[in-house]
Structures are given as structure tokens and as C-alpha cells.
Write a protein that binds this ligand. Structure first.
Ligand SMILES: *Cc1c(COP(=O)(O)O)cnc(C)c1O
Length: 389
């Protein structure tokens, strides 16, 4: 343990080796497709720079970000043969499309306006410009409608000058395997795809990969499953856990029956209790809604959160915990194999995606790095690299 870690109020550990293993697992699950990775929103809060480098090491060459700025930051970190796709397409501001070209970023064209802009630039530069075209197969979020697709295809200049890499769409209900929307979207996507016969296709996010080979097409776009989030609702999670989170006990105290805890005096003890105050709060993404149903693990004992979660602290009931684990300076487990990100999300009334992307910037971040692939990784070997949060 480094000195910085020994002093940190809370420690976020990100296992890059587990991310690489999850990447390989998804690729094995869909061997006919190429596995890419969604690393938008700072790789779901885990650090796009470190995560993308680990994925590149594991063989990934297709990276999806949402914003142009995310792509620009990532470009110098990735091998030159890696593709970076901008899910939102080129932004509207003047010069944005030239920035895509300059940084070798491939926009996902979501509308007739974005297609026209990219086509105009291709004409101006007199080069073919790469692009993904997204069609809407039922989510009504991004992408061309069936009508707009017809208009583009009927226009002899519609896609002129564009090097169409993939036709893409996105699934709305893929985590619920028997939701009728999945088949409906697949059928709609197939119908659109028939009109772009030479073009490769991409449909599946993490959950979509587990809907079966008909959903795989040519390029997979997992995010959540790479980061250990369960891809199929209600089923065992086949992915390796990636994130663990620990917070330090700042202070302990005993209270009597009738004593109140925290803001709003929202909790009143029914009997004498032993409490510990932790150095983590909602400013760290330890969501305020966890105050009602959340808990942490103190050794092997579940210690419920009592009272409201504050900005920088929360209070837990450690009456049943082993006193040896309950002392100022000790670390308790917020996310661990005993309480996964999905469990925390359930307790908070949200999804694990929101838990990860809410993780604040105050944690001491510990990255467990896999050995580079080409030097073959011995069974349990990993070494920690310290990054200052
Ligand atoms: C975020 C995103 C993904 C990744 O989704 P996961 O559910 O995290 O696997 C894939 N495709 C698109 C278009 C996205 O926006």
C-alpha cells in the first residue's frame, strides 16, 4: 500500500486485467463479429485513458465515445490502427467536422443534416470520408427514420463521397431477454440493412450480445459488461467484477435509544447502537438515495446505512460488526464481491451504469494492471499502478 493510499479517505480500485478478461470473454461469445468497446463518459467513470489502453492491449481496435472532445483526448492514447467513433456525430459548430478529420475520428451520422455536412466536407476536400450511419429501429433517440433512410437512398448524391463503414442501430430493451421489442427492432434493422447490401452492420451493446448470434452482425459495442455490470437482468452475471470501493472510518460512537442521526434527524435509534462515520458521501457518487436501503460490508457483516447520506460522510450501524474491524482509520467495503455495483444500484433505486458514472473525482484510484498481452500473463499476477485522483 502506498503512503497516499494509506491516507486516502476512500479508495476506488479498477481491475484493468478483469476488463481485458471481460473483453476476451465477450469476443469468444460472439466469434464471428469483431468486439469493440464503449469508452464514453470516461469509460463509465473508470478512466478512459487507462481503460482504453488496457482494451487496446487485449486486441480491441474499435472504440466508441459520445463527444468529439472525448475522441480528441483519446486519439493520442491509442494505437494508430484503432478506430474511434463519435456516437453523437460531428457537432454543429463551425470547424467541428474538420476536427474529426484532423484527429482521425469517425462520426456516427444520425440525421440527414449530419450526413449532408459530412458529404459536403468530403466534396470540399475531394476525399472519401469514413462514417457510420445510424438508423432508428424503434428507440426514437438517434438515427434516421425509415422515411429519412429512403430519402437518402433515393438521392443519387445521398451518400456520395462517404466511405460507409457500418450501418448501426441501438437496442432499447436488450437486458430483458424476452421483451418483444428485441425481435421487433431486429426485424426493423434487418429491413433497413437489406437496403445497404454491401455495408457491414452493428447492433449489439453488452446485453444485445447475449440475445444470440442473430443480433451480433459484424461489430459489437459493449460497455457495461466490460466493466463488470450484469448484462442480463435476473440472470447470473458471467462477467468478472472490475470495480471495488472502500471508505475509511473517521469516527465511531455509541448512541442511546431515541438519539437521532444525521440531517433532518431522519433516523432515530430504537435501542442502544454502535455507529461509525465514513469518509464518503453523495459528492463521491455514494448516492443520497442509498440512505434508505443501503449498507456496507464491515468484514463479513452487513452494516446498514442509517440516516441521510451527507455530502462527504455517511453513518453506518456497526452494532453487529466485529469490533476488530471497527476502528477509526479502518477501511470498509462499499463495492466488493459481497456487494456488487448491481446490488448497490438496486439499493439506490437506479442502474449500475449510473453508479459507475457518478463516481466522483475524490477517490484515491488504484489501477490493477494486467501484464501486456504479448508477455503472457501468469495466472494471478497483476501489479498495482498508482494514479492520483
Ligand atoms: C452506450 C452505448 C453502447 C454500450 O452500451 P452498454 O449497454 O453499456 O453495453 C452501445 N451503443 C450505443 C449506441 C451506446 O450509446
Amino acid at each position: 500500500m502506498s503512503e497516499r493510499e494509506a491516507q486516502a479517505g476512500a479508495v476506488l480500485t479498477i481491475d484493468l486485467g478483469a476488463i481485458a478478461d471481460n473483453y476476451r470473454r465477450l469476443q469468444r461469445h460472439a466469434p464471428k463479429a469483431v468486439c469493440g468497446a464503449a469508452v464514453k463518459a470516461d469509460a463509465y467513470g473508470l478512466g478512459a485513458e487507462q481503460v482504453a489502453a488496457a482494451l487496446a492491449n487485449a486486441g480491441c481496435r474499435h472504440f466508441f465515445v459520445a463527444h468529439l472532445e472525448e475522441g480528441i483526448r483519446l486519439r493520442p492514447r491509442l494505437p494508430s490502427d484503432a478506430e474511434i467513433y463519435i456516437l453523437h456525430g460531428q457537432p454543429h459548430h463551425i470547424g467541428a467536422d474538420m476536427e474529426c478529420v484532423r484527429h482521425r475520428l469517425v462520426p456516427v451520422l444520425n440525421s440527414a443534416v449530419q450526413i449532408a455536412g459530412w458529404r459536403a466536407l468530403a466534396r470540399r476536400l475531394n476525399i472519401a470520408l469514413p462514417a457510420i450511419v445510424q438508423v432508428d429501429s424503434g428507440m426514437s433517440r438517434l438515427g434516421l427514420s425509415a422515411c429519412e433512410t429512403t430519402a437518402v437512398l433515393d438521392d443519387p448524391d445521398g451518400l456520395r463521397g462517404l466511405e460507409l463503414r457500418y450501418l448501426m442501430s441501438h437496442l432499447a430493451c436488450a437486458d430483458q431477454q424476452d421483451h418483444p421489442m428485441n425481435e421487433a427492432q431486429l426485424a426493423a434493422f434487418e429491413a433497413m440493412r437489406a437496403r445497404f447490401p454491401a455495408c457491414k452492420a452493428s447492433l449489439a451493446n453488452s446485453s444485445g450480445i447475449f440475445l444470440g448470434p442473430r443480433y451480433h452482425f459484424d461489430l459489437l459495442r459493449p460497455g457495461a459488461a466490460l466493466y463488470g455490470i450484469a448484462p442480463v437482468a435476473g440472470a447470473a452475471n458471467p462477467m468478472k467484477p472490475v470495480v471495488s470501493l472502500q471508505a475509511r472510518i473517521i469516527q465511531t460512537r455509541s448512541i442511546e435509544a431515541g438519539d437521532a442521526v444525521g440531517y433532518g434527524a431522519a433516523y432515530q435509534a430504537g435501542s442502544a447502537r454502535r455507529l461509525a462515520t465514513l469518509s464518503v458521501g453523495y459528492a463521491d457518487g455514494w448516492l443520497r438515495s442509498l440512505g434508505k436501503r443501503g449498507a456496507v460490508m464491515v468484514g463479513r457483516v452487513r452494516a446498514p446505512i442509517v440516516g441521510r447520506i451527507s455530502m462527504d460522510t455517511c453513518t453506518i450501524d456497526v452494532t453487529d460488526a466485529d469490533p476488530a474491524h471497527v476502528r477509526p482509520g479502518a477501511l470498509v467495503d462499499l463495492v466488493s464481491p459481497a456487494q456488487t455495483v448491481d446490488d448497490v444500484a438496486d439499493a439506490a433505486g437506479t442502474i449500475a451504469y449510473e453508479i459507475l458514472t457518478s463516481l466522483g473525482q475524490r477517490y484515491h484510484r488504484r489501477y490493477l494492471a494486467a501484464e501486456p498481452l504479448h508477455t503472457r500473463r501468469p495466472a494471478e499476477a497483476s501489479h498495482a499502478i498508482e494514479f492520483n485522483a
